[in-house]
Design a protein around this ligand. Structure first.
Ligand SMILES: NC(=O)c1ccc[n+]([C@@H]2O[C@H](COP(=O)([O-])OP(=O)(O)OC[C@H]3O[C@@H](n4cnc5c(N)ncnc54)[C@H](O)[C@@H]3O)[C@@H](O)[C@H]2O)c1
Length: 319
């Protein structure tokens, strides 16, 4: 697994170990996740700290692997916009090289972490979009995800079967925490009695809990490569599309603190409602958590002092 020390990666390692699999991680630990990496090693994961751009690191990491889960990336619109050259190297070039090396090393499947952001701004966001729907990325990050998906699905992959998973925006608490994701950020800010500025409050977006995201990957790995190879699945639940306005309301139900103002800005025009019927019907995948569950869990962890300073920049991908 690449990016196994990340927000989704650590719960995924736990999920895969629990299913009896042997797990090796290649991760640069860009965000200083050494304690998460130590925790994984103690649990039996082989952790290699290295760069997916490094051919030797890829070679060592891929040795003997039959399945590759590719999570490592420069993640999110702000992080990609800040250094487009780096994100091209990591997200596009290294992903292509990883797929080629995985094929050479004899892996039979590759799961690529893509995003529902690929749908961008839909002409009618009230009708949930399926995997067949038009891709209209509105950021460099999503453009790069679309580019890799296309290359993986159209490429000559030999015996390697790629599957692209388009994750909804992830939320929930995890060992490598991120507070730069909408649900987590809003909950933290209101919990801390801060002023919260919300833009695009009417825009729809789907959300998935981080442990459900990890379970979805395990479910895809449980299916035969013939069944899921060369295919794309949205990962989430059809009832879990929310407007930012709805998220604020859900948080407000639990904590009355903080002040919210709604502001108009044009810089994040993503507006999409997504259908998750395919993964449910094809693979029987159902999420276990809802956004209200995730908010409640997060508030409990904040109240318990599990994040001594939840505003610490280590919890963001752009510092
Ligand atoms: N979190 C979400 O809402 C979300 C939604 C859709 C898709 N995704 C995708 O899921 C994947 C994981 O995202 P995440 O939220 O866990 O983010 P994350 O930033 O926590 O994890 C990414 C990991 O990649 C590692 N990494 C970065 N550059 C590297 C390099 N050059 N070599 C080796 N490792 C490197 C980082 O150290 C980090 O551990 C990403 O591909 C992301 O695009 C995430």
């Amino acid at each position: 697994m690449t990016g196994g020390g990340g927000y989704i990666g650590v719960p995924l390692c736990e999920e895969l170990l629990a299913s009896g699999r042997r797990v090796r991680v290649l991760d640069l630990l860009l965000h200083g996740q050494t304690s998460a990496a130590d925790q994984l090693e103690r649990a039996g994961v082989e952790v290699l700290q290295g760069d997916i751009r490094d051919p030797e690191a890829r070679r060592v990491a891929l040795r003997g692997a039959d399945a590759v889960v590719h999570l490592a990336a420069i993640v999110g619109d702000p992080a990609c916009a800040r250094d487009p050259a780096l994100s091209h190297e990591v997200n596009v070039e290294a992903s292509g090289a990883l797929a080629a090396d995985a094929r050479q090393a004899g892996a039979v499947r590759l799961i690529f972490a893509s995003t529902c952001s690929n749908y961008g701004r839909m002409s009618d966001p009230t009708v949930p979009i399926t995997e067949e729907g038009e891709l209209a990325p509105v950021s460099l990050y999503a453009e790069q995800k679309v580019q890799i998906e296309k290359a993986l699905l159209a490429g000559e992959n030999g015996g390697l079967k790629p599957t692209c998973l388009r994750f909804a925006t992830v939320y929930g608490s995890a060992p490598r925490m991120r507070f730069d994701l909408t649900v987590n950020e809003f909950t933290r800010d209101l919990w801390a009695d801060r002023d919260l500025e919300v833009f695009g409050e009417q825009f729809w977006r789907p959300y998935v809990h981080v442990r459900d995201a990890a379970r979805a990957i395990r479910v895809v790995l449980d299916a035969s490569p013939e069944r899921v190879g060369g295919d794309v699945f949205n990962v989430g639940r059809s009832g879990e599309n929310y407007r930012k306005l709805d998220l604020v309301e859900e948080i407000r139900r639990r904590i009355p603190s903080g002040r919210v103002s709604y502001v108009h800005r044009d810089e994040d025009p993503r507006d999409y409602k997504v259908s998750f019927d395919k993964i449910r019907k094809t693979l029987g995948f159902e999420t276990l958590m809802t956004v209200p569950d995730g908010i409640a869990e997060l508030i409990d962890r904040l109240n318990a002092g599990d994040f001594p300073d939840p505003f610490d920049p280590v919890y963001r991908n752009v510092r």
